[in-house]
Design a protein around this ligand. Structure first.
Ligand code: SF4
Length: 91
């Protein structure tokens, strides 16, 4: 299990979550912030900080935003891979 950043973050990227993450696993892509599932320790510190409620534990992610599991995990292939998925989601 990991935490996932979903659609409300697109074009917002508030950064409050970045400041509280103890392992610096929240990364910036072009239009969204993402959580690297390989680094996240599931502490939950970021979730209440998000002003647009974009962060969820993966098992509580709303069904309409399931695509964002892959968007966040794409960070493992690099920021360009994240950007490509966000572009295809938004089209
Ligand atoms: Fe960072 Fe904790 Fe949020 Fe994971 S759950 S992204 S470790 S603040």
């Amino acid at each position: 299990m990991t935490y996932v950043i979903a659609e409300p973050c697109i074009d917002v990227k508030d950064q409050a979550c970045v400041d509280v993450c103890p392992v610096d696993c929240i990364h910036e892509a072009d239009r969204i912030l993402v959580i690297d599932p390989e680094e996240c320790i599931d502490c939950g510190a970021c979730e209440p900080e998000c002003p647009v409620e974009a962060i969820f534990p993966e098992d509580a992610l709303p069904a309409k935003w399931q695509a964002f599991v892959a968007v966040n995990a794409a960070y493992g292939q690099g920021v360009d891979a994240v950007d490509a998925l966000v572009t295809s989601y938004s089209d």
